[in-house]
Design a protein. Sequence first.
Length: 155
Amino acid sequence: MSLVKRNQASPSTSLWRPMDGWLPSIFEDLFNDSRLADVSTFGSTLPAVNIKETADDFLVEVAVPGKKKEDFNIELDQNVLTISSEEKSENEESSDDGRYSRKEFNYTAFKRAFTLPETVEQEKIKATYDNGVLSIQVPKREESKQKPKRMIAVS
């Protein structure tokens, strides 16, 4: 048995008092479904991204299992780091006697963009792909790194 969330209509606002809001709830669930809100999101997923800042650099980790390093396009244009990938595949099966045929195709793509701060060394950005994780190391400039705290003597 599973639990299903329903938006209960209050008796004073219900148009269908004899059914205690049952019918409007069905229509509300059908037409206000969040999956129907943006049709353009069907068939596209954005990979999860972790961004970690250390004293020396930023580390951007993108979870993209099942790909090869050649599948990625990483661009840097005017402090905007863009990570994208596009994959098309087609599979066709048929019997020798021509009795059946099946053709399937698949298309997946994503594009993520990040605005980098002015304090990074753009020429030293490195990317690696290992075990389904694309890691991009974005080093900071020396002058932007936090200086250790120092004590100043009062004279």
